[in-house]
Structure formats: C-alpha cells, structure tokens
Design a protein around this ligand. Structure first.
Ligand code: FE2
Length: 404
C-alpha cells in the first residue's frame, strides 16, 4: 500500500523530509558496506538534508557503537534521544531500529541481534540490519548465527539489488568462519568479481587462504587487490595484518616486521581494530623468537586510553597484552581485576585470558598454560575470527613448551 513516504534504494519506506535526504542515506549505507572513508561525511550530508531523520540518527548511534570506544558510547544517549524524537511518525521498521540501538547501547548485544533479526524477517533487504547482525554475531563468536542470518535473507536478494556483492561478501565470511572453506572461497571470489571495492569480501577469501595455509596465494590475493582495499577506512590495516600473517606463515619475519612499521602502525589511529592487529602481530613475532625492539610502549600508550572502556572482551584482552608487554604489569593486573568484576563474558573468559597474558609475560608459564587451558573451549565466545583467536592457541602452546 503506498504510504506517501519516500523509499530507499531497497524499497524500504523511510520517514524523511524528501527524496534528497533518503538519497543521502542510501549513499551513506553503501559507503558503510564498502568500509569507505567517506561514510562519516556522507552521514553528515544526510542529517543536513533532514536534521530529524530517524534512520540517520539511528545510523549515527550505530556508527558510534561500532567504534567500540567508551567516549563515543557516552555520546549515544543524546543521539538515541534525537532518534526517539521522531518516533511518532516513524514506520515499524524504523521504530525497531531505534529499539535495537537502545539494546546495543545498554550492552545487550543479544537483544540487539534479536531485534535486527525481527526487522530482517519482514524486511530481508534491510542491509543495515543484516550487516549489524553480522557484526554482532562475529563478536559473540557465533559463526552459525552469522551464517544462518545471511542465508535466511538470500532468497530476497539477486544481482539487481544494490549491494548484492556485499551480501555475498558477508555470506563468504560466515561460511569461512563456519569452516566451509570451499563455498566461502567460491562465493567470496564472486563477490569480488561483482564489486572489487569490497574489502570485507577480499578479507573473507584471505581468511580461507590463511586457514588452509595457502600463504603464497594469500600474499598474491591480498596484494593483487591492494588498489581497491587500500582505499578503505582503517579496515585496510586489518588486510595489511592478514598479509603480514601470510609472511609469518612463510617464515618471513623480517617482512612481517617491515609491514608492521610501514603499513600497519599508524600513530594517529585510536581505532580498536588497529590496536588488536598491532598487538597480535607483535606478540606473534615474539612467539617466533623475534625481538620487536621498542615498539610496545607506543602501543601501550594507545591501549591506556581503553582501560576503562569494557566494550568488548576481545579488545580488552589485547589492551592487557599491550600494557603487560610494555612492562606496565600493575596497570594490566588492575584491568584484569576490573574485567573480573564486570561479570559476564568479561569475567568468565576475558579476565582469565588477561591473567594468562600477564602470567606469560612475567614468565609464569605454568600459570599461563593452566589459565589458557581452563578457558580453551570458551575463548570463542569473546568473538573475533579463528585467525585472530589463534593467537591464544599459540600462547598456550608456547606456555606448555616452556613449562615442559
Ligand atoms: Fe580478519
């Protein structure tokens, strides 16, 4: 039934001042899917076109929470209030997005995922709900959820729908994390054929190659598409990280260290994924016996700004690792204690992994092995990819070897 409202490019009704505002929202969403640097400015355009647009405020709140930073989280209540101000005339889909934003802000990622799934049940072309659910499942370590979420909506999508390649990219990554490497590679390559400017799809195929130990092919794949993904926002550093891992797989530690200095390390970045990439690569190099020199203090300085965040246990473990590696054991121990007090996944897994990281750093290998052994089967629940969490397997192996 016609509602008189403009529709976005996927046919969803949008409450907005006019087609211009919705056009700006469309562009913002496509930019977000492409992990493009213009996403923030495009959202500003959308809000300039309609300062009351519920979906634009929602998107702003989502983007702040995607950054997983305490100071940005603290700005979300105001954004949520701006979204709620427009609820009276909003559609059910928009109201449900606002509800999801509230769940997420409250730290209830499970509630947020359920709410995005509610939207997808009625609006399978709501690519924002799809991508956010994908992200949230990822940080729950729920590969099965990630896969079924995207597969449930596939029938509604075809090559004619804007952003179809991005959906294939998500499906590819979900298949990879579910261990179906053959299908993941085939679909990831198709996604890149449709749209090479999709760093997430490039990344999904890189993961397949990492998991299958195809390091030479991995370097070629990542390098061959560099002109596309190296235009992306900070996610590009994560692709550099993957390339560095491929070099580690080939025993080329000097090249990995060179990439750390020249392509991964960004002194101006305060993004969590960059911190995790950097910590993870330096630790892996050390586990291979490489002296990483004086690189830890600068990383620990960045980590220090995240000590009180408690956004994701996955991030917190990397923060503790950086502090401990820089010799700031007291700070690291205090943070591990605060994670233990925070309850939930922070206490059940994050604090234990953190204590293990400190024990490993201070040479208490039996304690590191015992602690990591205790949570070995639960580490998946802090989220991240198999390749990222493999760091903890490597630490456990190292602790066991040194203990023996
Ligand atoms: Fe990755």
């Amino acid at each position: 039934m016609p509602t008189g409202r403009p529709t976005d490019q996927w046919g969803n009704d949008v409450t907005a001042a006019g087609a211009d505002a919705v056009g700006a929202l469309d562009k913002t969403l496509m930019s977000y899917l492409a992990l493009d640097r213009q996403t923030g400015p495009l959202l500003k355009d959308a809000l300039a076109a309609d300062p009351d647009m519920v979906m634009a405020h929602c998107l702003k709140g989502y983007f702040f929470l995607l950054m997983a930073s305490g100071p940005l989280r603290d700005r979300v209540p105001k954004v949520l209030a701006a979204a709620e101000a427009g609820l009276e005339g909003a559609t059910d889909r928009e109201k449900t997005h606002v509800r999801a934003l509230k769940h997420w802000l409250d730290g209830d990622a499970t509630g947020a995922v359920k709410t995005w799934e509610e939207i997808l049940a009625d609006h399978p072309l709501d690519v924002l709900a799809l991508r956010l659910a994908h992200h949230a499942y990822f940080y729950m370590g729920a590969a099965g959820g990630m896969l079924s979420s995207v597969e449930r909506v596939l029938d509604a999508w075809d090559e004619g729908a804007p952003g179809y390649g991005f959906v294939l990219g998500m499906r590819s990554f979900a298949l990879e994390e579910s261990g179906d490497y053959g299908a993941a590679e085939e679909i990831g390559r198709r996604a890149v054929d449709i749209n090479a400017d999709d760093p997430w799809a490039v990344h999904a195929v890189a993961h397949v190659m990492e998991m299958q130990g195809r390091h030479g092919e991995g370097v070629e794949w990542i390098s061959g598409l560099q002109r596309h993904w190296n235009q992306a926002n900070n996610f590009r550093y994560h692709l550099w990280w993957h390339r560095a891992l491929m070099h580690l797989g080939r025993g080329e530690v000097d090249e990995a260290l060179r990439l750390y200095d020249e392509s991964l390390w960004d002194p101006d970045s305060d993004e969590y994924l960059d911190l995790c990439n950097d910590v993870s690569l330096l630790l892996r190099l050390e586990l291979l016996g490489v002296d990483v020199g004086d690189r830890w203090p600068a990383l620990a300085e960045k980590a220090s700004s995240r000590i009180d965040d408690r956004m994701l246990a996955f991030i917190d473990c990397h923060v503790v690792a950086a502090l401990a590696a820089a010799g700031q054991i007291d700070k690291a121990e205090r943070m591990a204690g605060e994670m233990a007090s925070a309850g939930g996944i922070f206490a059940d897994v994050g604090a234990i992994v953190s204590k293990a990281l400190i024990a490993h750093r201070t040479g208490d290998y039996p304690a590191a092995a015992r602690l990591l052994g205790d949570v070995r089967d639960d580490i998946v629940t802090i989220g991240g990819s198999h390749a990222q969490r493999n760091l903890f397997n490597l630490l456990l192996e190292d602790a066991e070897n040194r203990e023996a």
